[in-house]
Design a protein around this ligand. Structure first.
Ligand code: NI
Length: 302
């Protein structure tokens, strides 16, 4: 054996030893954490607080720590009791303005699907500047990535609708999986904002009309679709959308594409000139409170 090979063998041995130690430390810290109560409004975010972990008196609020703790919980979930503190707000939110009456006004509902994403924040700024309300049909997967944008949507008067967790075709799923796709997003939105979305848009507009889970919600589809996901060009999107829009339309766009967000200023300016008011889906149909929500019906426009 030449000295070079020997050195590399020793290095390899030390490396394995170090990896073994790290693994043991991981197991030890997991068992040390077992049985503790974990408090926090949402995992992996800057807001995460784990006061009781490791018996450390001061709360951890850093993102790194939250991610580490989440990993340990995922390794051994049954050992932990997850406690989400109640969110206390002055009043509950409902995405409808008193002064809006779409039986008299020229209303249009802009809807944005598949987000939130990195394009949603600039979109929210645009909508705010244009004083336009919209509806966001959000995905659970995306909420996990951009949880802070949900509260911003609500603070700025928009509506949040349920677009399922994974964007699967609901028509091909058994009912228990449809329930989990819908309920997980409802709980995620509620735990993040204290707002429970009351409208559902099935991915691709595909669903089984006999599904008992979907019978609990109004199914909100669309009647204007510029195929923004295909064209990815703001000029083309506007050209495609304009002739389709009529009084009481629901327009389908996707806030995961920068080109769709870029199409919005011109779209709003053109429609404003024609006297359109930009409303949430609940405003479009005059759903002023929980009792006004029709269940198990399909809506494509007013
Ligand atoms: Ni979608």
């Amino acid at each position: 054996m030449n000295p070079k090979t020997q050195t590399s063998d020793q290095t390899l041995f030390m490396l394995f030893l170090a990896m073994g130690c790290l693994w043991l430390m991981g197991v030890a810290s997991t068992s040390l954490l077992s049985g503790k109560t974990v408090k926090g409004p949402s995992f992996g975010t800057i807001d995460y607080k784990a006061y009781t972990l490791l018996n450390i008196a001061r709360p951890y609020t850093t993102k790194v720590k939250a991610v580490k703790i989440k990993k340990r919980i995922l390794m051994n979930p049954s050992a932990f009791t997850i406690v989400r503190p109640p969110i206390i707000k002055e009043k509950s939110y409902w995405p409808v303005r008193e002064e809006v009456d779409c039986s008299k006004q020229k209303c249009i509902a802009l809807t944005f699907d598949d987000g939130p994403s990195e394009n949603t924040k600039p979109l929210l700024e645009l909508l705010k500047a244009k004083k336009a309300r919209a509806t966001f049909f959000v995905l659970g997967l995306q909420i996990e990535l951009f949880p802070q944008l949900l509260q911003k949507m609500i603070d700025e008067g928009h509506e949040i609708g349920n677009h399922t967790y994974h964007h699967k075709n609901l028509a091909t799923l058994p009912s228990d999986q449809v329930a989990s796709e819908i309920n997980s997003v409802e709980n995620l939105v509620y735990n993040t904002t204290n707002y429970r979305p009351h409208i559902v848009r099935p991915p691709m507009g595909e669903y089984n009309a006999a599904d008992p889970v979907l019978a609990n919600y109004p199914i909100v589809l669309w009647n204007a679709d510029p195929w923004d996901w295909r064209y990815r060009n703001p000029v083309v999107i506007n050209n495609e959308a304009t002739p389709q829009i009529k009084l009481g339309s629901i327009l389908l766009l996707h806030d995961i594409y920068p080109s769709s967000v870029e199409a919005v200023p011109k779209l709003i300016d053109n429609l404003s000139q024609q006297g359109y008011v930009f409303v949430t889906v609940s405003e479009l149909f005059g759903w002023k409170d929980e009792s006004a929500i029709p269940k198990g019906q399909i809506f494509r426009g007013r």
